[in-house]
Design a protein around this ligand. Structure first.
Ligand SMILES: Cc1cc2nc3c(=O)[nH]c(=O)nc-3n(C[C@H](O)[C@H](O)[C@H](O)COP(=O)(O)OP(=O)(O)OC[C@H]3O[C@@H](n4cnc5c(N)ncnc54)[C@H](O)[C@@H]3O)c2cc1C
Length: 469
């Protein structure tokens, strides 16, 4: 509960209309994406600043009153990073939603942190340019949230993640200092921070503006969708594409359960089969023509039971609809889902899929698999009904089993969703004590008061999280 003094001071920063404290107004901020993480907690307040200076003012008020600050974009994160685990103030950046500039020659876009990712795609495309990072949540997520989670998506295979396009930022540190980093100009006495912001999950600074590098739009683009009767053939096709030296812009996979979930929503772009592989090729006209032939023959020779090639962009969008709908579609199959985004070396993905099925059977939870095959990034989703006794615990045990499996396979806990609170217990297992120590020193450097997103990404000293080693 906010003290009268804290409420008065926050109101002075953002105005009464942009400060929420009634439980009814806070309820929507108690969880993130579908409540998938299971983490729920009402913040004490939500503030909606409109400028970097207002963000600084809010951070300073919170520091004075000892209130944690939780930056939040659209709340689509899967790791509970935007949930106020210790109460405090959620700093909702959604009013900072202006694209501040686009330099066509310089291929740079300058935007406030609350701009929705798809608006950046549209603005770049209108100028004949291309911003490749495309999380499945792009029509909802914010660019600030994308930087904070280092969001990826299907096209990360060829182009890289959000970090690879971030060339400047304005941010507010835990003591209220405003820093302008990289191409955001001005002073840059915290130069390493720009690289650290990507993936910092709101723990080092509140990002208020970003400068993004853009690419020329590819001259040609082609999409192929192949259905396979079994998983083995689907993974064989992917291996064949790699053997041919092709680096598609995207190489995506959905298993039978994922396809069934999507079909329930009425989207049946490519019917039949037990697995779908989507391949997108981009580049010069002649290159794409040649690569379509090569990829098509790789998919056919691996045993595709059906192969569709999009004839135009409308047809490509129809094929992609299946992939784009999958996260939300899977969420409608059961009341709850636990969505992990683990990574293993690409040539072990078939083995990982088989292991997830064993894990699902062992813990008696249905499992759905889809993901970015090119990166070895598999979205393993355990379906649960948390209203039933023991079901959440069984789902969590399946998740723990998955993390053990992935670490034993030389993989990583998260390809793109982040650590948040959901993977805290395993962070030290992956990074080791030295890695965690380094992260603590970085946190100390930029947020010495521990004000920003406490309990996220780094286990709090003295807690059991991280103690599984
Ligand atoms: C249907 C669906 C599909 C998805 N597909 C993908 C995908 O393909 N690839 C992918 O990478 N992710 C995906 N996600 C996950 C999620 O959308 C991304 O992590 C996204 O980057 C989160 O953005 P957001 O604005 O919603 O951030 P939020 O959920 O609001 O916040 C996420 C984290 O970022 C921090 N944060 C947010 N804004 C700021 C800021 N301005 N300054 C500092 N910290 C901040 C928060 O504190 C929190 O720790 C998907 C989610 C859904 C629901």
């Amino acid at each position: 509960m906010l003290s009268t003094g804290a409420r008065r001071d926050l109101e002075r920063q953002v105005g009464a209309a942009h400060l929420h404290t009634r439980p009814a107004d806070l309820a929507a901020y108690a969880f993130d994406a579908f409540g998938a993480s299971g983490e729920r907690r009402l913040p004490d307040a939500v503030v909606l600043p409109a400028t970097t200076e207002e963000v600084r003012g809010v951070v300073r008020v919170c520091a004075r009153h000892g209130l944690p600050v939780v930056p939040r974009g659209a709340g689509t994160g899967y790791a509970a990073g935007a949930v106020a685990r210790h109460g405090g103030v959620i700093l909702n950046l959604c009013r900072m939603n202006r694209i501040l500039g686009l330099e066509v020659e310089g291929r740079r876009l300058h935007a406030e942190a609350g701009v929705v990712t798809a608006a950046i795609h549209r603005r770049a495309a209108a100028a004949g340019l291309h911003y490749p990072p495309d999380p499945g949540s792009a029509t909802t997520s914010t660019i600030g949230g994308n930087v904070a989670c280092n969001a990826a998506g299907p096209h990360a295979f060829r182009y890289g993640t959000t970090a690879d396009f971030l060339v400047g930022a304005t941010a507010v540190l835990g003591d209220g200092e405003i820093v302008q980093l990289g191409e955001a100009g001005g002073r840059s006495d915290a130069p390493p921070l720009l690289g650290l912001l990507a993936g910092s999950e709101g723990t080092l600074a509140v990002i208020t503006e970003v400068v993004l590098r853009l690419l020329p739009a590819p001259a040609a683009r082609a999409t192929l969708a192949a259905r396979f009767a079994g998983l083995e053939a689907a993974f064989g096709a992917v291996a064949e594409i790699a053997r041919q030296g092709l680096v598609p812009a995207a190489l995506e996979f959905l298993d039978r359960s994922a396809l069934e979930a999507v079909a329930r929503t009425g989207i049946v772009a490519v019917p039949g089969g037990a697995a779908l592989v989507l391949v997108e090729l981009e580049g010069g006209e002649a290159t794409v023509r040649a690569e379509v032939e090569a990829a098509g023959s790789a998919l056919s020779s691996a045993g595709a039971v059906r192969l569709d090639r999009a004839a135009d962009s409308a047809e490509a969008a129809r094929l992609w609809e299946v992939r784009k709908a999958v996260s939300a579609a899977v969420a409608t199959v059961m009341v709850g889902k636990i969505n992990e985004d683990v990574v293993v070396p690409r040539d072990r993905i078939a083995e990982l899929v088989a292991r997830t099925e064993e894990i699902g059977t062992r813990h008696r939870v249905p499992v759905v698999n889809f993901g970015h095959l090119g990166d070895g990034n598999l979205h393993v989703t355990f379906l649960i009904d948390p209203r039933l006794p023991g079901e959440r615990a069984r789902g969590d045990a399946a998740g723990a089993d998955l993390f053990e499996t992935v670490l034993a396979m030389g993989g990583s806990l998260s390809g793109e969703h982040g650590v948040g609170t959901t993977k805290l217990a395993y962070a030290e297992r992956q990074l080791g004590a030295a890695g965690m120590g380094l992260m603590r020193r970085v946190k100390q450097r930029y947020d010495p008061g521990g004000l920003l997103n406490p309990g996220i990404k780094l286990p709090e000293p003295g807690t059991a999280a991280g103690g599984i080693a």
